[in-house]
Design a protein around this ligand. Structure first.
Ligand code: MG
Length: 234
């Protein structure tokens, strides 16, 4: 066993090594609610520049006072720009639809690389299957907790997405990993994502996609609102 004297001699060396680490880069936090200094604004709050529908045409959502409103029928919309790994922030406001239940209440979703859905659903006193509730990694993992606010209130997603890694032949050798917070509360902690056959494998960059749930059986007309969407490529 090492004597206290030896430990005492080693301690400064250990500290010296740690002291050599480069200084963390300075990033200025945004004013309360605003994006930090090095974030890329994915939605500019003025018009739908940079957002496309499935056909590659300009997205049909309306914009007013910094808020994007997407009503059933506009279809899924996605960013023209693609990302690999990124920190992502977005805020959403789910309409109050008390006449509906489960998946038919206000339902959208944010798809990472256009493939992996983090569920947006009114989950305030609205039970459904766990992986399909707000914060769920749809079809893969339920959220750690239900962090839903009431419908009609602004809510937030903060996501860290680590892109998958492929070998020279394009086969995934390291799965994508997600950490996510809903309303600042941890809902996924380093969860590995399975890329199903249907989603396709591969490691190419992908867009951020927002779901129009109206294509699903019985889905009612829904107006979903979004604001303050930004990312920081990692
Ligand atoms: Mg959804």
């Amino acid at each position: 066993m090492m004597s206290p004297r030896v430990l005492f001699l080693l301690l400064p060396l250990t500290l010296a090594a740690a002291d050599n680490a480069p200084q963390p880069r300075v990033v200025t936090p945004g004013a309360r609610g605003a994006a930090p200094s090095d974030a890329v604004a994915v939605f500019n709050g003025k018009e739908m520049t940079g957002w496309l529908n499935k056909a590659g045409q300009p997205a049909g959502c309306t914009v007013h006072a910094g808020v994007m409103t997407c009503t059933s029928g506009v279809g899924d919309i996605h960013t023209a720009e693609k990302f690999q790994s990124a920190q992502i922030h977005l805020e959403f406001n789910i309409p109050h639809m008390p006449e509906q239940k489960g998946q038919l209440r206000g339902n959208s979703g944010v798809y990472l690389h256009g493939k992996y859905e983090l569920q947006i659903l009114d989950s305030f006193e609205n039970p459904t299957y766990a992986h399909g509730s707000l914060g769920g990694l749809y079809g893969q993992a339920p959220p750690l907790v239900n962090a839903a606010r009431k419908p009609g209130e602004w809510q937030s997603y903060d996501i860290t997405f680590t892109a998958p890694e492929c070998d020279a032949l394009g086969k995934v050798v390291k799965k994508a990993v997600v950490t996510a917070y809903v309303n600042g509360i941890l809902v996924h902690r380093g969860v590995e994502i399975n890329a199903s056959e249907k989603l396709g494998g591969g490691c190419e960059a992908g867009p951020l996609l927002l779901q129009d749930h109206s294509g699903f059986p019985g889905a009612p007309v829904t107006s979903m609102q979004f604001r303050r969407i930004w990312w920081r490529p990692l």
